[in-house]
Ligand binder design. Structure first.
Ligand SMILES: *Cc1c(COP(=O)(O)O)cnc(C)c1O
Length: 364
């Protein structure tokens, strides 16, 4: 059997007719940028997450860097972020000239809230929480700390569409919730797309102006902005997918539950979800000390896997200038050396699932 780590075609196939009808409708409409699909999606997505306002943007990275830009964070400022994240989280900070200050993750792959306070200095302006792999981070301590030290709180929800802490959706705890709709995300478009969710009306207006060259009224530019518009086609297709998000997340949760129930191999460490959090299983990430051997073993059996992520941002060439060497973040580095994402996608068949489980259980 051949099993790929992800099968986006399966997620598409289930709702193919709806997607095709919407695509044709938009193509025939004669209106392609910032129209009724975008404004409707913004309303529907804000309602889904329970945030006040949503502003559609061109990508998740844009959501992050524009968020820090509009919160006034720049050169000389520090932003606290977990070490074990996708590099885009960190680029969202450094594109503004600010400095990322790394904190180790907890055992659930979220930022370790108990290690934040010791990293706060007079230059600290914000905390960026990444709900990695779909697990909602434990937000109680983090929101309290941000209040105590008057720090901005930004959430990277690129992997957590629909995940909650204490029944509250990720993306609504802080000043800005940043979302990516890259095709492989839980809520994926058919190209690049992103959005922010914010509480504050004035801030929402700023995002709308900033994404469109800083202009509110055509050819009257208030600020130096950028081009980060969500297009009508992607917004329309996202509107088709959004009402199915919960059922798609539920299906992934069922697959995850099977993995957790049936995987029984002392060589593997399985993912866990904190008590008051939910997980939308963007990835099912295991850890294995003999990861290279496990990868080749699975490959031989036709099972594909991915490492999220092999090189933590602080050790990547791009961030050599920060001067952090190996050993700077031992837990982050240990995770980078042992994590492995096993196949997890909508439309995974029972046969595929059992095949993967059996292969993993037979690994010696
Ligand atoms: C995908 C992702 C991003 C970036 O989103 P893009 O839409 O690809 O720009 C940022 N942070 C995390 C954690 C991601 O997984």
């Amino acid at each position: 059997m051949k099993i790929m780590p992800n099968r986006m075609d399966r997620g598409f196939g289930r709702y193919q007719k709806e997607f095709e009808e919407k695509a044709l409708e938009v193509l025939r409409s004669g209106w392609y940028i910032l129209g009724k699909e975008v404004s409707s999606f913004e309303e529907e997505f804000a309602a889904y997450v329970g945030g006040n306002y949503c502003v559609g943007l061109a990508s998740g990275l844009d959501a992050l860097w524009i968020a820090f830009r509009l919160l006034g964070i720049g050169p000389g400022d520090e932003v606290i972020v977990q070490g074990n994240t996708y590099i885009a989280s960190v680029m969202g900070i450094t594109m503004n000239g600010a400095t990322p200050v790394f904190v180790e993750p907890d055992e659930f792959y979220g930022i370790d809230a108990d290690k934040i306070e010791e990293k706060i200095t007079e230059r600290t302006k914000a905390v960026l929480v990444v709900h990695l792999y779909g697990v909602a981070s434990r937000m109680d301590k983090i929101t309290a700390l941000c209040k105590k030290y008057r720090l901005k709180l930004v959430e990277d929800c690129a992997q957590s569409h629909g995940a909650c802490f204490d029944g509250q959706m990720t993306g609504t705890f802080g000043d800005v919730g940043c979302f990516s709709f890259y095709p492989s995300k839980n809520l994926g478009a058919f190209g690049d797309a992103g959005a922010v969710v914010v509480k504050d009306k004035e801030l929402a207006e700023k995002f709308k102006v900033y994404r469109n060259y800083g202009s509110e009224k055509r050819y009257y530019n208030k600020v130096v902005g950028t081009n980060s518009r969500l297009d009508e086609l992607q917004a329309g297709l996202l509107r088709v997918r959004l009402p199915h998000l919960d059922e798609m997340n539920r299906e992934k949760a069922e697959i995850a539950a099977e993995y957790t129930k049936q995987l029984q191999n002392p060589k593997l460490i399985l993912p866990r979800v904190p008590e008051r959090s939910t997980c939308v299983w963007h990835q099912y990430v295991i850890r294995c000390k003999e990861r290279d051997r496990l990868i080749s073993y699975l490959e031989e059996k036709g099972i594909g896997t991915i490492i999220h992520y092999p090189i933590p941002p602080h050790l990547s060439e791009a961030y050599a200038y920060l001067g952090h060497g190996e050993g700077f973040l031992p837990i982050t580095e240990e995770y980078a050396g042992t994590v492995l994402s096993i196949p997890m996608y909508n439309g995974m068949t029972k046969e595929e699932l059992s095949y993967v489980i059996q292969a993993l259980n037979e690994f010696v």
